[in-house]
Design a protein around this ligand. Structure first.
Ligand code: ADP
Ligand code: MG
Length: 696
């Protein structure tokens, strides 16, 4: 869900097309083609192209800002590779894919989406003409499902490989095989200084090409004492830098959107309290920020105005802002980590690694000597930070990856060639989840349901819900609900008007379900001719709703290809609730006290979110299922629907039975553990069997 950027509904291209050129100081003085020649990578252009000609796979290492992302694709194009296929470049982040494609389209002087385009989930900004395609690594992974040899491409650049995103790691294993089959395909893996030798040996001791960097010394300042409140400290540090009057822009690293917003507000508040403080352009950047605002970080501030960019780790290596001389590093980032307590991934704040810290400080030394203020002690850096972040594949749920690999015919996942194999428990746990959903059978093979689930670019439970909705004759309704769940932040609560917006939201609420509330919002919007003013009146993000409509359309196209009909239940919304239950029964909670719920399987307390339709309505059903858990001060269930206890027994027989009520929780838990162990055993046996068969 979090993977979407709903603000990109008018294609990013249109949003920016009429904007004046994004120019930095330096850019102002030089044309785009002169700027290209100034980048470090330009000095080694021909040498680099020779190495690429002579090798199928190469690793390229270079400091952030040396021109890897924007130039390599163009060099390959200029060298003729686009005559027989596209040049694809993958990014772990959506924002980077869009922003870089935009930049390269300007350098090549084409309209974004024509020769140079991008694709991210639910947004394809490419055409027949496209020869340079930027995309998220998730997109390329899905393309490999349709076309396992990636025949449309003559070269693939896997950019930002040091990030070690889950999809990049899976692609590594797959592309190694593709290259062995396709000798005309070039694979270029780029990394910002770390891990190069590891990559090289993984691909069979391929050459590592280093782009000589240009970087200036950065003076490091550690905090003397442990910092209690990093937002407050960062604001103080930023003010001090700004007021002491040295030239140069400022970059502050924060873990996420909430902290970024507070930091921006506090800085502007403190500046407002001062008489004649020098002006400061405060620019936030995070993935959910509307794209037109994202583009602002690249624009030059008016003369004499200092820029202060407040960013997530997106500015660490993915995006380069020129002119930064000061970095303030809070020392934290948000990571998705599998949480065994809740049996799923949770996004939480963690200390960064030393590698991250060094990348962050490096941002201050691109254009001249810089300063980096670390809001942690030198001891914390040395003793408490990991050398490098644990790769995503070793810390997150792998259900989607398992589903994908199984459908690519990789039967034995424990044998798949991962650079760093995920812990066996992770694989088995993910397989167990897929088994619960009916995507895998007892031998660990894909079921017909599982095979169909792969077609949808959605989390397994959402795909399943969509497929089951056909049998239950409510696919029209479920399609809308799935689309609404795929777009974040439908409602907004502007400062000072919280009560009005809450009242507006309440009008849509269907007392027994947040899912149905979403459905209700969409249907009313449709009845009001998809009007923008209607959205404004009701505190609903129009851009989010347009994105929902687009997502719905795209999912509907997949349903059409799959010959899945749209069937409406009309007003029979109980059927819709039952359908939701069919895919979320494993995330069920039971009423324990007034407004208190506990997870049915684990007994863990969990709470209704205050924005839920069920919150404070005086109506608290005995059983509910939830879409996801968010962990803040408490465990909150996000998006819940009341269900009938009998449905749970009917739809989730591996967990619940009606007779169970007489058993104690301990006994039920024991049965659940036994079942899981039995399943694991069975799958292990199946895998051993397959392995043995292969060996003979
Ligand atoms: P690398 O991938 O090696 O980190 P890039 O190719 O991303 O380097 O960046 C090269 C140069 O292009 C940098 O100076 C950067 O500021 C500039 N650049 C990249 N993207 C944009 C953009 N969207 N707008 C303006 N300048 C950009
Ligand atoms: Mg780059």
């Amino acid at each position: 869900k979090g993977e979407l950027d709903y603000k990109t509904d008018h294609k990013f291209a249109d949003l920016l097309q009429d904007k004046t050129e994004a120019v930095s100081d330096f850019a102002k003085a030089k044309t785009l083609s002169e700027q290209r020649k100034f980048l470090p990578i330009y000095a080694v252009r021909n040498e680099l192209l020779n190495v690429i000609r002579d090798n199928s796979i190469i690793i390229i290492v270079g400091e952030t800002g040396s021109g890897k992302t924007t130039q390599l694709t163009q060099y390959l194009h200029e060298d003729g590779y686009t005559n027989y296929g596209m040049v694809g470049c993958t990014q772990p982040r959506r924002v980077a894919a869009m922003s870089v494609a935009k930049r390269v389209s300007e350098e090549i002087k084409c309209k974004l989406g024509e020769e140079v385009g991008y694709a991210i989930r639910f947004e394809d900004c490419t055409t027949e003409k496209t020869i340079i395609k930027y995309m998220t690594d998730g997109i390329l992974l899905r393309e490999s499902l349709r076309e396992s040899d990636l025949d449309h491409y003559s070269a693939i650049i896997m950019d930002e490989a040091h990030e070690r995103s889950l999809n990049t790691d899976v692609l590594f294993g797959l592309l190694r095989e593709v290259i062995s089959r396709r000798h005309d395909l070039k694979l270029i893996v780029t990394s910002a200084t770390m891990n190069a030798t590891k990559f090289a040996s993984f691909f069979g001791n391929v050459p590592v090409f280093e782009i000589p960097g240009r970087c200036f010394p950065v003076e490091l300042f550690f905090s003397k004492n442990t910092v209690e409140d990093y937002v407050d400290s960062a604001v103080k540090q930023a003010m001090q830098v700004h007021l002491q009057g040295m030239d140069g822009d400022l970059l502050i690293f924060m873990p996420g959107q909430e902290d970024i917003e507070v930091t921006c507000e506090l800085i502007s508040e403190r500046l407002g309290e001062l008489d004649d403080a020098p002006p400061l352009a405060i620019l936030p950047i995070y993935s959910q920020l509307p794209s037109d605002l994202q583009a602002k970080i690249f624009q030059k501030a008016p003369d004499g105005v200092r820029k202060c960019v407040v960013a997530t780790n997106i500015a660490e290596t993915s995006l380069t802002v020129d002119g930064i001389m000061f970095v303030v590093d809070a020392g934290y980032c948000k990571l998705k980590v599998f949480n065994p307590k809740i049996g799923m991934d949770a996004l939480s704040i963690y200390p960064i690694s030393q590698a991250n810290a060094n990348q962050r400080s490096g941002r201050a030394g691109r254009t001249g000597p810089g300063h980096c203020y670390r809001l942690y002690t030198q001891r914390q850096y040395k003793n408490e930070m990991l050398t490098a972040t644990v790769p995503e594949i070793q810390r997150t749920n792998l259900a989607n990856v398992v589903l994908l690999l199984k459908s690519l015919g990789v039967q034995d996942l424990l044998q798949f060639h991962f650079m760093d194999p995920p812990p066996q428990d992770n694989i088995l746990n993910s397989m167990y989840q897929l088994w619960i959903l009916g995507a895998l059978d007892n031998t660990g093979s894909l079921t017909p349901l599982g095979r169909q689930m792969v077609e949808f670019p959605l989390d397994p439970a959402l795909s399943k819900m969509l497929i089951i909705s056909l049998e239950m004759c409510c696919s029209a309704e479920i399609l809308i609900i799935v689309s609404m769940l795929s777009v974040p932040a439908i409602f907004y609560r502007p400062k000072g008007r919280e009560e009005d917006s809450d009242a507006a939201r309440e009008k849509f609420q269907v007392p027994e379900s947040d899912h149905l509330t979403f459905l209700n919002v969409y249907e009313q919007w449709k009845r009001n001719a998809y009007s923008a003013s209607w959205c404004n009146e009701h505190f609903i993000h129009i851009k989010a709703m347009r994105k929902v409509r687009e997502v719905r359309q795209q999912l509907k196209e997949i349903m059409d290809q799959q010959k899945m009909e749209l069937i409406s239940t009309g007003n029979e919304w109980d059927i819709v609730r039952k359908c939701i239950c069919s895919s979320y029964f494993h995330q069920a909670a039971r009423l324990k006290g007034i407004g208190e719920y506990v997870n049915v399987r684990t007994g863990m307390p969990c709470h209704l979110h205050p924005t839920s339709a069920l919150f404070g309505m005086g109506y608290t059903p005995d059983y509910i299922v939830y879409h996801e858990l968010i962990m803040t001060s408490k465990e909150y269930m996000q998006c819940v629907t009341s269900v009938d206890g009998h449905w749970l027994a009917e739809l989730g027989p591996m967990f619940y039975s009606i007779k169970d009520a007489s058993k104690t929780r301990q006994e039920r838990k024991k049965v659940a553990v036994e079942e899981m162990n039995a399943m694991e055993e069975e799958m292990k046996r199946a895998e051993e069997l397959i392995r043995a068969r292969k060996e003979h």
